[in-house]
Design a protein around this ligand. Structure first.
Ligand code: DGL
Length: 269
């Protein structure tokens, strides 16, 4: 039995790590589509096709439930997949909703009308494809009113992280935070809307200042998965835990081990 976790590359490991801490006995098949990362500079059609392919591989690996631990795939592909592609006996979940529920102080599944919430000025950092989808603003509008969102497309950050060039990643984060602050000088909250960005969380926090509350997804998604599996224990598939990549398994293993500070061994998908 296993659930699938998917990302274009290494970012979803931040979610995998939180899931592993929250549900240590849950076997997970993690798939990194490293050969096609980054997704954030691709068209919505391209992201849809790649995400369907990757999800199919996870179904084939014995997963009935797949978590898209990738905001870009969740923003650009998930709704279309759920409407017309996901088979009736499988489920595909994204990473947006748990984050927005936390930001808007809602319990899971609270579908009451939108209302005023504590945060007023929110900075969203995400990939270019996530920003242009406006999926975050759409989901937020279902739940909150009076929240001003300023989105910053953080070009280059995912590539730098995938290449292990953390000096470049840090310089890019600081320059994207500067650009955001020129548009919104005093955000009260910031969303790290890409699962790669928690690897740079300290850098975001120090560039934003300690007064800004930084929301990142990993533990929120892990809690929401635990809750989902409590309600749907039948969604555990038949697969066995593994780390799969469409890229160079040795190289991806080295980077993953460096980021999570624990041995992670990928194999070819
Ligand atoms: N971790 C993915 C996300 O959350 C990165 C997307 C990319 O490959 O550009 O959006």
């Amino acid at each position: 039995m296993a659930v699938g976790i998917f990302d274009s590359g290494l970012g979803g490991l931040t979610v995998w790590d939180a899931v592993d801490r929250r549900l240590p006995d849950l076997p997970v098949v993690y798939l990194a589509d490293s050969a096609h990362a980054p997704y954030g500079v691709r068209t919505a059609d391209d992201i849809y096709a790649l995400t369907c392919d990757a999800t199919e591989r996870l179904f084939d690996a014995g997963c009935n439930l797949v978590v898209l631990a990738c905001n870009t795939a969740s923003a650009a592909a998930l709704r279309r997949m759920q409407e017309s592609w996901v088979p009736a006996d499988k489920r595909v979940l994204g990473v947006f909703v748990p984050l927005i529920e936390a930001l808007t102080e809602r319990q899971w599944g609270d579908n009451s009308p939108p209302r005023e919430v504590a945060v007023r000025h929110v900075a969203l950092f995400a990939t270019p494809a996530t920003v242009s989808s406006r999926a975050f603003q759409r989901e937020l509008a279902f739940r909150a009113i009076g929240v001003d969102v300023e989105a910053q497309a953080c070009g280059g950050v995912v590539d730098a992280i995938e290449d292990g060039d953390m000096i470049l990643a840090e310089a890019l984060v600081r320059s994207h935070v500067d650009a955001l602050k020129r548009k919104m000088p005093d955000p009260d909250a910031a969303i790290l809307g890409c699962t790669h960005y928690p690897l740079m969380e300290e850098c975001f926090q120090s560039a934003l200042g300690q007064d800004v509350r930084v929301f990142s997804q990993a533990s929120l998604v892990a809690d929401s998965l635990a809750d989902y599996l409590d309600r749907h224990p039948d969604m555990l598939g038949t697969g066995e835990a593994a780390f799969l990549t469409t890229g160079d398994a040795a190289r991806v293993s080295d980077r993953a081990t460096q980021f999570l500070r624990r041995q992670i061994t990928f194999q070819a998908a």
